[in-house]
Design a binder for this molecule. Structure first.
Ligand code: GLU
Length: 277
């Protein structure tokens, strides 16, 4: 009798501790909203709906695509308007979007650790990046070029031997220029604002990135010109956590409906000066 009592209280403790440990694991999961693991289990669309807002990773340093006006505190550009349109499609309200600044270097880690739902930030679709994230369809076609002072003798890739060329960390531009102009000295900065400031300060003789980003810089200072044409192809895509096919589909549906309705052309004209060709 005594033994049986001991046995059953042992079982009771065992069962209780199993139940309790099960509960606490469940709680940890539900408290960790926004983590990458949760995203995989739940799906980004569901998370966005539950929290009532989309969290989009955008640039704050790139005129035309994503630039934060320090005076108003508002970010604006082509990528920002796409983020708003996505919030409208998922939540019925384009204001239900929180914008978070990413740089070329921070955007993939921020997506992977759940800080943001999506990257909409002048990001080129590459095979290397496809190993880490999934991409939407192409929504803009850019190409890498060079920005130099109006009186510079640099005319293109051939004139870069021994030249200091400025680029941004984590960008395809920094990688490509090393391959295309192996004799150039590449200096890397954290973001495009810093790289352009460095060019103006004479820290290098050329700045390299996508033509459309360079055009945005040139619009703020006409002492600079683009040279060398486009020497790479940079198709922009929105990046989504790997394996979330439902969200990729949602974003591709958005692009399709924006193209069908003419909204895409309107945005293109608003930010880039003309309708797409
Ligand atoms: N499109 C290029 C890239 O994805 C350059 C622009 C950027 O740094 O975001 O790396």
């Amino acid at each position: 009798m005594k033994n049986r009592l001991k046995w059953s209280s042992f079982m009771l403790v065992l069962i209780l501790s199993l139940v309790l440990s099960g509960c606490s694991t469940g709680e940890e999961n539900s408290n960790s909203g926004g983590s990458g693991g949760d995203a995989a289990a739940k799906g980004t669309i569901e998370q966005i709906k539950e929290r009532g807002k989309l969290i989009a990773g955008v640039k704050y340093d790139t005129k035309l695509f994503g630039l934060k006006d320090p005076a108003s505190g508002e970010a604006e550009g082509f990528d920002i308007d796409i983020a708003k349109a996505l919030a409208k499609q998922i939540l019925g309200d384009e204001t239900k979007v929180e914008l978070k600044e990413v740089t070329s270097k921070t955007r993939i880690p921020m997506l992977q650790n759940g800080d943001i739902d999506i990257i909409i930030a002048t990001m080129t679709i590459t095979d290397e990046r496809k190993e880490q994230v999934d991409f939407s369809d192409v929504y803009f076609e850019a190409g890498q070029s060079l920005l130099v002072k109006n009186d510079s003798t640099i005319t293109g890739l051939d004139s870069l031997g021994g030249v200091k060329v400025l680029a941004v960390k984590g960008s395809t531009s920094a990688q490509n220029i090393r391959e295309k102009a192996p004799d150039a000295e590449v200096l890397e900065y954290d973001n495009y604002q810093d790289a352009f400031t460095a060019l103006k300060a004479g820290k290098g003789e050329a700045l390299t990135t996508d033509n459309i980003i360079l055009i945005g810089m040139q619009q703020t200072d006409n002492n600079y010109k683009l040279v060398g044409g486009n020497f790479t192809s940079e198709p922009y895509g929105m990046a989504i956590r790997k394996g979330d096919t439902a969200f990729v589909e949602e974003v591709n549906n958005l692009l399709k409906s924006m193209k069908d309705s003419g909204e895409y052309d309107t945005l293109h004209e608003k930010w880039l000066g003309s309708k797409p060709e």
